[in-house]
Structures are given as C-alpha cells and as structure tokens.
Design a protein around this ligand. Structure first.
Ligand code: PLP
Length: 388
C-alpha cells in the first residue's frame, strides 16, 4: 500500500490494531507495553470500560449540537471541571478540542484583558526558552525553541522568550507597560521534563500579581492528574489567572479547555471566540469519566506512588548510562548518555515490545497510563534495563 500520510511524523515500524489497559496489540498480533499513553492522552488506559460505556451511551443519545445551545452533558462536565480547578482559583471555562486551540484561547484572553484595561500596545506575552505550546502559527510563535521558527513565517508578533529559572531576566521581561501575560509550563514536557523551581514559580506569581500581568499556566501535559495533583500548579501552591488543559482530559477523545480565574472570567463576551466541535456532548461524556476518576484523592496519591516507584527503581540500578531521573507523578524524564531515539527503536523490537518517548536527544520520557499496575511497571523497566 502507498503511504498517503504527509511526512509530518518519524513513524516507528508498527501498525496498531487494538489496546487494553496498558497494552497495545499490533496487526501482527504482537503485544506492546505502553509507557506513553499516546503522549499523556490515554490516561485511563486503552478500552477503559467506564469510558467505553459513557461514550457509547452518549453517542446513542446525542453527540453534537451547535454552540447556540447548551447540552446537559457538557454543562455537567464544565461544572465538574471548574470545580476540579477551583483550588487553582478557576471560575469558568471555554471548551475546545486540542492543546494548541486551548492555548490560542488563552493568548486571546490575555490580550483582550490588557486592551480593555490599559489600551493598545500592552500585548506582549512572555514565554520560556525550551517551552512548547503547540503547532498553530500563534502557538509556534509562543514556543521558545528556534527550531520551530524557521519555515512558516511570518509568525504572530508579540512573543518574547526568556531563560527559565532566571528571576532577573523575568523581572526585566515583565514590563508592566508592554506585557499582557507570562505563559509557562510548570514542568516543561517536550524539552525534557524540566520542573520549574518553587522559588521561580513564587517569584513569577508575585511579580505578575504586582504588575497586573496575567500568570498563565500551560497544563496541557502536566494537568489532569499527571503529576499526582489535578493541576501541577497545586504542587507549587500558586493561583494562576488562566490555565489550559487538553491531552488526558478526554482520556483519548479530543477535549481542550481554557480556564479563567477571577480577573479573566468576564473577558470573553459573545462573538469573541468559538469552536464548532468544542465541548460537544460526546467529548464531554468522555471528560466526565476522566474527571470522576482523576479527582479522587486516593487515585491521585497512587499516581504519585507509582511515579516514585519508577524513579526509585531506575535510581537503584545505578546504571552507568543513566545520569539523571526527574519528574513528578507519572511524568518522568530519564537522562541517558546515549541517544534516546535508538532506545525506542530497540524497545519496540523486544517481545513483548515497550513503547517509550523521547524528550530531547538524550532524554527518555515516561508518561504511562495512570492505571498501569506495579507488575507492569516492573516488566517495562526490566525491558529498559536490558536494552540499556
Ligand atoms: N502545550 C504543551 C505543554 C504540550 O505538551 C502540547 C503538546 O504536546 C501542546 C501544548 C499542544 O497540544 P496539541 O498537540 O493538543 O495541540
């Protein structure tokens, strides 16, 4: 068969047919242990029975109406989502379909908030070097990595990048006359699972509050329980003005969300923003199952425990090719002395195969489903140890 996909991805040589829990099966019948969750998406595992029931029941009732109207399922989902983020100070939500779309919404809110309050010219959004905010032109513009700024210009203007962790650079960059928002991932995902320090987050939150610059958290990868808290912002005890979510929020069905706090909840007015599919009933039904599971304190505590189990096990190997193990909950980065991509290729060839991710040239990234068992963790790590 001709390959008619555009060549956007470096694909590994396997075609998957089905999945169950933390396992995937290829068309050749071979089994693979999934340490990726589709990059933090299938957080409840593949073919999760509760998710399946909810989706099929909802599909038989109502999948979609246009956003002229509310639906019962989406209303309940929005309500529960805002409650889940209430500890982070969130008041209301706009539902979208993806991370990039959620981040576009966040940038629009920041710019309109500033325009309404201070007039023109205060539209800059400061982000961090090494960040990743998405693939649309504006979210690429927000992404602080030169390699993404080559081929698709002109880019959206008004984004400035600074070194993460450098409080002096932050102080200089957050000019209250020109800056609308500071947009960061609490733990940088794509560029290597790099957590912000408590001091940096505290400093940023304080500076933003003092200068009325919106403190915006991109929790597309860190959110929905991934770090052992519903929002990674809770790990730091900060109260952002805007939070974006996607990935795990629908457990595999596309759902994105922009949440707004006290300051920003009234910024969007009718006609300001929209999305045809955003918040449809099918997506909301999936999201409800994820929320009902992932907001339970015991479930979140178990994510933390499993993350510690993974980190402790790898550290206990004292393997000469492993230099650093870091991360929170089930979002873990492992720096190795060799290139990470060939490790993925070899892991795939094992029997059973193991699915891993990279985050940078020499960093392995683990984002396993929350429902993975201790035995499966041990099995996957044994495969990795053998490969290393
Ligand atoms: N923001 C972060 C932190 C991400 O990790 C990603 C995706 O990896 C995105 C935004 C973009 O999300 P999406 O691919 O759903 O547009």
């Amino acid at each position: 068969m001709n390959d008619v996909f555009m060549k956007t991805y470096n694909r590994l040589p396997v075609i998957f047919e089905k999945g169950k829990g933390a396992w995937l099966t290829g068309t050749d019948g071979k089994e693979y242990l999934d340490f990726t969750s589709g990059i933090a998406v299938n957080c409840l595992g593949h073919a999760n029975p509760a998710l399946l029931n909810a989706i099929s029941e909802q599909a038989g009732k109502l999948m979609h109406v246009c956003n002229y109207y509310k639906t019962d399922t989406a209303t309940l989902f929005a309500d529960k989502l805002v409650s889940a983020c209430a500890g982070g100070g969130m008041k209301n939500v706009f539902l979208a379909n993806s991370g990039a779309e959620a981040n576009e919404g966040a940038c629009k809110i920041a710019r309109k908030y500033s325009l309404m309050k201070y007039g023109k010219g205060r539209h800059t959004i400061v982000t961090l070097l090494g960040s990743f905010h998405g693939r649309t032109i504006t979210t690429l513009s927000a992404t602080g990595q030169e390699s993404f700024h080559k081929d698709f210009g002109p880019y959206t203007e008004g984004f400035v990048f600074i070194e993460p962790g450098d409080t002096e650079a932050l102080d200089r960059a957050l000019d209250k006359n020109t800056v609308a928002g500071f947009f960061i991932e609490p733990i940088q995902g794509e560029s290597g699972i790099k957590p912000m320090t408590q001091e940096y987050m505290d400093f940023a939150a304080k500076l933003c509050a003092e200068r009325d610059i919106l403190f915006m958290l991109d929790e597309i990868q860190t959110g929905v329980g991934r770090t052992g808290k519903f929002l990674a912002g809770e790990l730091y005890g900060v109260k952002p003005d805007i939070v974006t979510l996607a990935k795990g929020l629908g457990g595999g069905i596309p759902v994105g969300a922009v949440l707004a706090g006290e300051k920003t909840a009234e910024v969007f007015q009718p006609g300001d923003h929209g999305s045809t599919f955003g918040g449809n009933s099918l997506a909301a039904a999936a999201g409800l199952v994820v929320l009902d599971t992932v907001t339970k304190p015991d479930f979140l505590a178990d994510i933390t425990r499993k993350g510690e189990l993974i980190k402790d096990t790898i550290i206990s190997w004292k393997h000469p090719k492993v230099t650093v193990v870091r991360g929170k909950g089930l979002m873990i980065g492992v720096d190795i002395t060799i290139d990470a991509w060939p490790v993925l290729e070899i892991a795939l060839k094992e029997n059973p195969g193991l699915l891993l991710l990279t985050a940078g040239k020499q960093t392995l990234r683990f984002l396993p489903p929350y429902i993975i068992s201790d035995g499966e963790i041990e099995q996957g790590l044994n495969i990795l140890k053998k490969i290393l």
